[in-house]
Design a protein around this ligand. Structure first.
Ligand code: 5GP
Ligand code: ZN
Length: 130
């Protein structure tokens, strides 16, 4: 879709701190992370609602999330990776993958704007674990 920011990021027209990419998916760091390493996983194909994604793309997306969770856990030294789905701000399906050490870490109120240099450094650290 022409006016969709995540379509533009998926097509490489807008830069992002990339964590993982293949033909169907892109994972990149959220510019307002809830915790360091907060990653957004998107299908490159535009679909608004995550739960409208058809098979086999839907299952492949969660297989990708599973793979990324292992890399995020190692790279960020996190105990777990939380999964959050909202989609009120950007109407292109995405899953938030949030490194966590405590139950209270999965809280959108903790979001803060990150410096681009910080995101670049964290993305590189995560890519090394993939
Ligand atoms: P949601 O739609 O799930 O409520 O929130 C969208 C998420 O996308 C937010 O956490 C927001 O910080 C993030 N976001 C919005 N625009 C951009 C962008 O241009 N680049 C990146 N990396 N993240 C974005
Ligand atoms: Zn889109």
């Amino acid at each position: 879709m022409d006016d969709c920011i995540f379509c533009k990021i998926g097509a490489g027209k807008i830069p992002s701190a990339k964590v993982y990419e293949d033909e169907r998916f892109l994972a990149f760091l959220d510019i307002n992370p809830v915790s360091p390493g907060h990653t957004l996983l998107i299908p490159k194909k535009h679909v608004d609602n995550l739960f409208d994604i058809e098979e086999p793309l839907y299952s492949e997306m969660f297989q990708t999330a599973k793979k990324l969770s292992k890399s995020l856990t190692k790279a960020m030294g996190a105990k777990r990776v939380g999964v959050m789905v909202e989609g009120f701000l950007v109407h292109h399906a995405h899953v938030h993958l949030i490194p966590m050490n405590h139950g209270s870490d999965l809280n959108p109120a903790n979001a803060r704007k990150a410096e681009p240099a910080e995101l670049t450094a964290i993305a590189e650290k995560i890519r090394k674990q993939i």
